[in-house]
Design a protein around this ligand. Structure first.
Ligand code: PLP
Length: 399
């Protein structure tokens, strides 16, 4: 099942790049630059008129809660993902939690998920009093290892939550085969993978349901918190519509106990505008990843591996390096902001200590935690900033 070998440098990009010009830029980038990790203002400026109009419309209509823009955005996002239903909620965390709940996951159920993920994946399982069962990830893609999933299944296992981490889809054929063989539910955590594809279909269209986050810095980001559940199951969708709205489908009739977890109309209106640019933004991210891959070829930096059957959307561009802390300091001193996703694995967090049960080990996750480094990437990052960043890394390893 393992194919750890030659997945690197396989990013395909739509437009040709003048690499010679870039290498020249890199060689001459003596002047200092400030390279932010992300630039949300650039995204706003690109669509300022449409975003301002969308906000003005919501202000005029004053339908701030469950307004018309919600259904419009839900329909557009469902169509974009190639699924039948989408339900807007207040965060990616809620999208995960309500997806699990609506699929019947509850106390005592074991839910298998990767040790290498954002804490919200595990938090959403834990809050149901279900038991997150952490498993290790593949050393090449950092995503859920199907062999580890298989090995973690017990009679109490109820669901699998694969995470399309950094924007790259998990091997969903393998995960769905395991789920089918054992009668398990699959909830995709697609919070970093808006628009990513796997074997020709979108992330979010493979599981019983999938969760998206519209946290501002995600590939599709709102003006604050927001999220979405997508599913082909009409019953699950209508259950989540109730759960997000105090258990009610008809005003003042509360069929079930619920929460207040609605997506705000304002966010939906802005997200509809931004959805139109998502493919272009993802193409821009892929182009930046391609540039980094090329410019970092001759330095001791492990660039991200990409599955040949997937289209990565590079929510993050994560490399593996030795001497990470020193490199990070060098980059900070030369004006380049970087991140680590994530510096402390879940089982080493104070809140989730109990999940690192005696005898469980996550060698890949632990190994990566001290070596991974996320480089600046966002739609609109100038080529010169990418060349400058690559030049600083090259300097560090040759100096
Ligand atoms: C962002 C994120 C979430 C949570 O989304 P919020 O909207 O911040 O609640 C969950 N899982 C992953 C992998 C994420 O990156």
């Amino acid at each position: 099942m393992r194919t750890d070998t030659s997945w690197e440098h396989q990013v395909t990009i739509d437009t040709p790049v003048d690499l010679e010009r870039l290498r020249a830029m890199m060689a001459s980038s003596a002047a200092s630059m400030v390279v932010p990790f992300v630039d949300l203002r650039a995204a706003y400026e690109t669509q300022k008129t449409e975003i301002d109009d969308a906000i003005a419309t919501v202000l005029r209509e004053t339908d701030f809660v469950l307004g018309a823009a919600i259904e419009e955005f839900e329909a557009a996002f469902a169509a974009y993902c190639g699924v039948d239903h989408a339900v807007g909620v207040d965060s990616g965390f809620s999208a995960l939690e309500l997806s699990l709940r609506a699929n019947g996951v509850s106390d005592g159920d074991e839910v298998i998920t990767p040790a290498n993920t954002f804490v919200a994946t595990v938090g959403a399982i834990d809050i149901l009093d279900a038991r997150p069962v952490l498993v290790d990830v593949r050393p090449d893609t950092y995503t859920l290892d199907p062999e580890c999933v298989e090995a973690a299944i017990t009679p109490a296992t109820r669901a699998i939550v694969p995470v399309h981490l950094y924007g790259q889809p998990v091997d969903m054929v393998a995960i769905n085969e395991i789920a089918e063989a054992h009668g398990l539910i699959v909830i995709e955590d697609a919070c970093q993978a808006h628009g990513a594809c796997y074997r020709g279909a979108r992330a979010g269209s493979f599981g019983d349901a999938a969760a998206f986050s519209f946290y501002p810095a995600k590939n599709l980001g709102a003006l604050g918190d927001g999220g979405m559940v997508v599913t082909n199951d009409g019953d699950v969708a209508s259950q989540i519509r109730k759960l997000r709205n105090l258990g009610s489908a008809t005003k003042y009739v509360h069929e079930i106990k619920g929460f207040n977890r609605r997506l705000d109309t304002l966010h939906a209106a802005v997200l509809s505008v931004k959805l139109a640019r998502l493919d272009a933004d993802n193409a821009a991210r892929r182009r930046t990843a391609w540039l980094y891959n090329e410019l970092l070829r001759d330095v001791p930096v492990r660039t991200p591996a990409t599955r040949p059957d997937a289209e990565h959307v590079y929510h993050l561009y994560v490399v593996q390096v030795e001497e990470r802390e020193r490199l990070r300091e060098h980059l900070a001193e030369t004006g380049v902001a970087t991140g680590i996703h994530y510096p402390v694995p879940i089982h080493q967090q104070p809140a989730y200590h109990a999940l690192g049960r005696v005898g469980t080990r996550f060698p890949v996750t632990d190994h990566c935690a001290s070596r991974i480094l996320s480089l600046p990437i966002y739609p609109g990052i100038p080529d010169a900033a990418v060349a400058y960043t690559a030049a600083q890394i090259t300097d560090f390893y040759s100096g």
